[in-house]
Design a protein around this ligand. Structure first.
Ligand code: SF4
Length: 172
């Protein structure tokens, strides 16, 4: 429950907190999985770890319906514009997780063809370390996203600071 004032028969809190509570427990992930980390994500969705317990049962493969982009695996420079296009097609509010060393920093592939971290093209909210990260690590990253979502003001996306962040990526 969010913080607030409770009495007999009533509970009052901030609108932001109620919206955050609903959003954090109904995230729709869009898994953009390209390589070996994707296998760990499959385990994360399966019955033993079961991401559905966190309200994220429904994976979406249409960017227009999802609000959490999970980039999982190596992203080649050629693929960068596609990742960005998917991000741009998602409606606000949207969050981004870089899952594994490759998505976070290029990982072991310090080469001419691999993007050295997806934060070179889109803003990232949570980085999950590991090559590959274990499902527990992915779940932990997901819970960090939930913390961000729950604590986010409903006005953040229209703030000057957020617009500046978007402009720094060439996004209007
Ligand atoms: S971080 Fe490691 S396991 Fe994950 S995609 Fe890169 S090389 Fe594969």
């Amino acid at each position: 429950m969010p913080e607030g004032h409770a009495g007999e028969g009533f509970f009052a809190t901030k609108l932001s907190d109620v919206v955050g509570l609903a959003r954090k427990n109904s995230l729709w992930p869009l898994p953009f999985a390209t390589s070996c980390c994707g296998i760990e994500f499959m385990a994360t969705m399966a019955s033993h770890y079961d991401l559905g317990r966190f309200g994220a049962e429904r994976l979406g493969f249409s960017p227009r319906q999802c609000d959490l982009l999970m980039v999982i695996g190596t992203i080649a420079k050629k693929m960068g514009p596609i990742v960005k296009q998917v991000y741009l097609q998602m409606a606000e509010p949207r969050w981004v997780m870089a899952v594994g060393a490759c998505a976070s920093s290029g990982g072991i592939f310090d080469s001419y063809s691999v993007l050295q971290g997806i934060d070179q093209i889109i803003p990232v909210d949570v980085y999950v370390p590991g090559c590959p990260p274990r499902p527990e690590g992915i779940l932990d990253g997901f819970m960090r996203i939930q913390d961000l979502v729950a604590g986010e003001s409903v006005r953040r996306r229209s703030s000057e600071k957020y617009k500046e962040l978007m402009q720094s990526y060439g996004i209007k």
